[in-house]
Design a protein around this ligand. Structure first.
Ligand code: MN
Ligand code: MN
Length: 369
C-alpha cells in the first residue's frame, strides 16, 4: 500500500516513552492550519449546558494525556491511520464558562472555518450541547446529515428549565434547523428512567431508536447492518455520548445509566462506520472529576483511535464531499489527494499558529515533544 508523502506523524513511542512530552491527542502533532489536514481532532472544553453533574470541560486535557498510551497501528483493519490521512491535534476551540449562546457561536465559526478548508473534524467535548453548533457548521458544507448517535438519552427535549440550548435539546434544535435527514437518524443505546411517560415520544415519531435492551438482544452484526442500511450513502455524522456505554466501562460521566453498551459493542458499531461517508464525529460527556482512576478517559482515548481509523478507511473512497464512490477497496487515495500536498507546503506561512513542532521532516523533530 502506498504511503502518502509528508503526512504529519505522531511521536514515536518506541523512541520517546509514552509518559514523556507534551500531551496531544494520540501523540499527533499540533497543527492549527486545517488546509494541511484531512481530519482534525478539536477539543471543545465546555460544560455549561450540562443539566446534572458537570466536569466535561476538563475532558479534552485529560483525554489528551490518557491517549498517549494508544499505539498507532490498527490490528484488525491493518492500517496506520496517519499514513492514510493527514490527521493532527488542532487544539481547542475558544469557549467561555459563563455564556452558552456566545460559546456556541464561536464553536460554529471555528468548525465552519475548518470544514471550509476541506478538513473533517473529530470533536472532543465538552457536554453534548456542543454538538448542535458543530452540526450547524458541518451541515453548511456537507448538506443535511445522517446521524449515528450513541447515547443513553435521546437529547430531543424542546426545553430544559425553559432553556432552548442545553445538552438535552441538541437534536431537537438541529432538527428544527434542517441539519439532519430525519429518516437517516439512528439513536443507539437509549435506556434509563424517564421524567415523564412520553419523554421518548418525539424521538420515536421522528427517528429510529435502538434502545439498549434491543441491542443486547440482537447479534451485533445484525445491529450494525441495520445501522449501515439506515445511513446508506448520505454524509454521516457520528456523535458518541460516553454515557451510551455502561457505567462499568465509563463511570466518569454526568448522567450515568445502568444497562448500557459494553466497550466491545461500541467498538463493533464504530468499526461498522468504516467506509461510510463520514464527514464529522464527536465524543462528549466524559467528566474527569466524576471518573475513577481515569478509566473513562482511557476508554475515550481508545474510542478516538477507533473513530480515526474509521475515517482512514472512509478516505479510501476518495470522497471530497461529493458523490460517493463505493467499493474501492484498498485503492490508494487519488492522485488529486496526494497532490494537495502535505504540511510542508506553504512553508513559512504554514508555520504560523503552530506553537509546537508540526509534522516530521526528520526523525528528530518529533522528539522535541
Ligand atoms: Mn446521555
Ligand atoms: Mn447526550
Amino acid at each position: 500500500m502506498r504511503k502518502l508523502a509528508r503526512h504529519p506523524a505522531p511521536v514515536d513511542s518506541m523512541v520517546y516513552p509514552r509518559y514523556s512530552g507534551i500531551a496531544t491527542f494520540l501523540r499527533l502533532p499540533h497543527i492549527r492550519r486545517p488546509s494541511q489536514l484531512d481530519v482534525a481532532f478539536v477539543g471543545v472544553p465546555f460544560d455549561t449546558s450540562a443539566g446534572y453533574r458537570v466536569g466535561a470541560r476538563l475532558a479534552p486535557r485529560t483525554i489528551r494525556y490518557c491517549s498517549s498510551q494508544v499505539r498507532i497501528h490498527h490490528p484488525t483493519l491493518d492500517l496506520t491511520t496517519h499514513e492514510r490521512i493527514r490527521i493532527a491535534d488542532y487544539g481547542d476551540v475558544r469557549t467561555t464558562p459563563f455564556e452558552i449562546e456566545k460559546t456556541f457561536g464561536w464553536i460554529t465559526e471555528e468548525f465552519d472555518r475548518i470544514h471550509a478548508a476541506g478538513c473533517k473534524t473529530i470533536a472532543v467535548g465538552g457536554d453534548h450541547g456542543i454538538t448542535y453548533p458543530i452540526l450547524r457548521a458541518v451541515a453548511k458544507h456537507h448538506g443535511p446529515l445522517a446521524i449515528v448517535h450513541i447515547d443513553a438519552h435521546t437529547d430531543t427535549f424542546d426545553t430544559q428549565f425553559a432553556h432552548k440550548l442545553t445538552h438535552a435539546t441538541t437534536f431537537r434544535r438541529a432538527h428544527e434547523d434542517g441539519l439532519l435527514i430525519p429518516d437517516k437518524v439512528v439513536q443507539m443505546g437509549i435506556r434509563g428512567s424517564l421524567f415523564y411517560p412520553d419523554d421518548l415520544k418525539w424521538s420515536k415519531e421522528h427517528y429510529r431508536i435502538m434502545p439498549a435492551p434491543e441491542i443486547h438482544g440482537r447479534p451485533m452484526d445484525d445491529v450494525v447492518a441495520e445501522m449501515r442500511r439506515i445511513v446508506g450513502d448520505a454524509p454521516v455524522y457520528f456523535t458518541f455520548d460516553i454515557d451510551g456505554m455502561d457505567p462499568a466501562y465509563a463511570p466518569g460521566t454526568g448522567v450515568p445509566e445502568i444497562g448500557g453498551l459494553t466497550s466491545w459493542q461500541v467498538m463493533q458499531i464504530i468499526r461498522g462506520l468504516a467506509g461510510l461517508r463520514l464527514v464529522g464525529a464527536d465524543l462528549v460527556e466524559v467528566s474527569p472529576p466524576c471518573d475513577t482512576n481515569d478509566l473513562t478517559s482511557i476508554t475515550a482515548a481508545h474510542i478516538l483511535f477507533e473513530i480515526a481509523a474509521a475515517f482512514a478507511v472512509s478516505a479510501r473512497r476518495g470522497d471530497r464531499g461529493g458523490r460517493a464512490t463505493r467499493s474501492r477497496p484498498r485503492a490508494a487515495r487519488t492522485s488529486e489527494d496526494a497532490g494537495r500536498g502535505g504540511p510542508s507546503r506553504g512553508s513559512a506561512r504554514s508555520r504560523r499558529g503552530e506553537p509546537m513542532s508540526a509534522g516530521r521532516k526528520g526523525g528528530g523533530r518529533a522528539g522535541r515533544r
